[in-house]
Design a protein. Sequence first.
Length: 191
Amino acid sequence: MKISIICFDDFTDLDVFLPWDLLNRVRLVGGIADWEVKILGTQTSHVSTAGLKIPMHGMIEEANWSDAVLFGSGKGVQQLFQDPLYLSRFKLSADKQLIGSMCSGALLLGAMGFLTGKQATTYPTVADQLASFGVEVVNESFVNNGNISTAAGCLAGQDLSSWIIKTLIGSEMTNRVLETVQPVGKGLSIF
């Protein structure tokens, strides 16, 4: 299984790194050798809003052949969701792939037409922009529409990651992964 996390300059650190960590635990904790998670961008490295420069594992076009694609969020989305050349590099299919977004990353899904006529969530500061794509924006941390999901609030990355693991592998693996990150003394609260 191939999982792609889409990154860009001015990304929100936690919205990329929380899913990155949780999704990699499938291979590390679950022992699934063919589970591959990559962070993809348009350059060899990208810089987060907090100033952290990270190398990319490949270019965004690799997402077109991934089993699941997650779009990060951050200030950088504002330029990208309005850039037809950037958007044209994606040839994603909701019939064949799981496609999700964190916070303002939903604007990219909206611009590509994946959310038109659907309910979705996003960070409150960009809700009006998302609604302009014919989306019913709801005040929820996680919204699923079949193979399309949106999450809002950095810690909702756990919900988005859990959705991918549960859909591609199952609830047992989802619970195994989540058990490794739960606070001591707390039980599993989702899935």
